[in-house]
Design a binder for this molecule. Structure first.
Ligand SMILES: *[C@@H]1O[C@H](CO)[C@@H](O)[C@H](O)[C@H]1NC(C)=O
Length: 551
């Protein structure tokens, strides 16, 4: 009798915690898979599930006549596999969506078991389309959709002021020019959203030379950095950009020959995805996603992921710009400064190990630029090409014993069509179970014959910046922000890590860079953070949003 009364309450509580669960999606370009059968969809879905990804954001372009058939197969496959999907209506590829077509898509599929619900509402997103934002008042009332568009071209304040959004997705996943990515924009989104959900973008790379898009943004350390930033920012949702956008080189899904038509129709100089697998970028996703969702993760197997470009910087014609002066109004940067001649590597390890990189037989001892707290977790670093060409071999070893080794593709100064391929080649290898004297817990996590060891790592959320410095006008901002765990690299330097201190309570005050400051966009995140916590430095920030325009 007692149980009967308690169970419904429990079920309700569990239901509540399920609807608020964090989730990780990958952006999927439906227009690339006109040739996919339902079985092909199921293959890609199984690959994504093995990486711990919860679902795909189905990017569909207005007026693409292949959408109807593809979407039907996608939902049938996702229902069969227990995977999630939601629509991301692309307003930029082929123009604006008709609102009735959107209502029809959402209402046709929102009842599927595989349609992702935010709370109890079907999630819907966009790629751009702010000029048609007001359409969504009607679309929301006709579908019950929970609307989290990407209106990055207008920025989060504009989007929230429109009154039509339930949350926001940002497309701002790459750094500007020859610098590394910070969380400044993410912080701004979170503050402006004031508690509405934020879907944070995570991308490994950007190089396009197709459909009149011809630029690079910095990848390099980005895949490592950005996941650490996810752990720090703790967004409600994460969207990986992308699963299969081969034209922009940020795919993490497998290469399918049947999806390469865009290089012809988009007039690319050659197919720069061919021979450039990115599968190795998925290796640590189960670990990272577990960390993001639960605050800790287990290492059941060590491994190595490595990436680099196959054409050294100045070997051939660049054919692209660094940054996008034409489309995004950015300052031109030499692409050879944006992407450096280096071999990047990340390793998931139970304890410290050494890394060496051989290029054409010349061996370098690598170093770790990032070491996980407590010694177990993801290590990361890179070494320069040093002018080397030939086969790349990256080896992780401990006490002289090889743990993981990638025999990689060769670096060459001979480029296809005489034009630089700025895409990354990615490889990976798994290794033995970790052995960590003293902290290893032996568990029987698998039913296979080999016993596996499991290491519990210190959740990175418990180790945050507790003290930091900045120079000149950043001094006060950095010393305040870094002491509460927000210490954006590039402008501030963290000098000590420890347990998160509670910052002064949120004021709800929105802060922006002071208009006219040199390099004012670099103050975005800091001003937003300090205003929200009651610190108002009048030489750097103000409450006037004009200071953030164009950032
Ligand atoms: C979208 O907005 C633009 C600009 O306001 C407008 O010209 C266009 O007609 C709208 N498109 C649709 C399909 O409503």
């Amino acid at each position: 009798m007692w149980l009967k009364q308690v169970l419904p309450v429990l079920a309700a509580l569990m239901g509540k915690s399920m609807v608020d669960a964090k989730a990780v999606f990958a952006h999927f370009i439906v227009g690339n898979v006109q040739a996919f059968s339902q079985a092909d969809w199921e293959t890609d879905i199984a690959t994504a599930q093995a990486a711990g990804i919860d679902g795909f954001a189905l990017n569909i372009a207005a007026g693409d006549t292949s959408n109807g058939v593809s979407v039907q197969k996608a939902f049938d496959a996702a229902d069969a596999k227990g995977f999630k999907l939601f629509f991301s209506f692309d307003y930029a590829a082929w123009g604006a969506w008709d609102k009735n077509a959107i209502v029809s898509y959402i209402n046709t599929y929102k009842g599927r078991a595989s349609y992702y619900l935010q709370g109890s509402q079907p999630l819907a997103s966009t790629f751009e389309g702010p000029d048609n934002a007001t359409d969504w008042f009607d679309i929301r009332s006709s579908t019950g959709a929970f609307f989290m568009p990407d209106y990055s071209s207008k920025g989060p304040q504009w989007a929230v002021n429109s009154g039509v959004v339930d949350g926001l997705f940002s497309w701002d996943a790459w750094p500007d020019g020859a610098s590394d990515m910070t969380t400044a924009t993410d912080q701004l989104y979170k503050n402006v959203l004031g508690g509405k959900p934020y879907m944070m973008p995570v991308s490994p790379w950007f190089f396009a030379n197709v459909y009149n898009k011809a630029w690079v943004w910095r990848g390099e350390d980005l895949w490592y950095d950005r996941w650490q930033q996810v752990l720090q920012v703790q967004p409600e949702l994460v969207e990986i950009i992308t699963w299969n956008d081969y034209g922009e080189s940020h795919y993490i899904g497998p290469l399918w020959d049947s999806e390469m038509g865009l290089f012809v129709s988009g007039n690319a100089p050659f197919n720069y995805a061919a021979g450039h697998p990115h599968d190795g970028w998925r290796l640590f996703l189960p670990y990272l996603i577990q960390q993001y969702k639960t605050g800790s993760a287990t290492i059941s197997q060590e491994g190595l992921s490595t990436w680099y470009r196959l054409n050294p910087n100045t070997a051939c014609t660049a054919d692209v710009t660094g940054n996008d002066p034409a489309g995004h109004g950015q300052q031109y940067v030499d692409p050879a400064l944006v992407l450096q001649d280096r071999v990047f590597y990340s390793a998931l390890l139970g304890s410290s190990a050494t890394v060496s990189v051989s290029i054409g037989g010349v061996v370098q001892q690598g170093t770790w630029e990032n070491v996980p707290a407590g010694g177990a977790g993801i290590y990361h670093g890179s070494v320069p090409f040093n002018g080397g060409t030939g086969q790349v071999v990256v080896t992780i070893s401990r006490n002289g014993v090889t743990i993981s080794e990638v025999l990689g593709a060769s670096i060459t100064t001979s480029c296809e069509s005489g034009i630089e391929n700025w895409n990354a080649w990615v490889g990976s290898a798994t290794g033995a179970a970790p052995s960590l004297p003293g902290t290893t817990i032996t568990t029987s996590t698998t039913s296979t014959t080999t016993s596996s060891t499991t290491t519990t790592t210190t959740p990175p959320g418990q180790q945050v910046c507790v003290s930091g410095v900045g120079s000149g006008n950043y001094q006060g901002l950095c010393s305040f922000s870094c002491s509460y765990g927000y210490c954006p690299a590039g402008v501030c330097t963290c000098t000590a890590f420890g347990t998160q201190r509670a910052p002064p309570p949120s004021t709800g005050q929105k802060g922006y860079p002071l208009a006219g400051l040199p390099d004012r966009c670099s103050y975005l995140g800091l001003c937003s953070f300090v205003y929200d916590h009651g610190y108002y430095p009048d030489t750097a920030c103000s409450s006037d949003p004009a200071g953030a325009s164009g950032c």
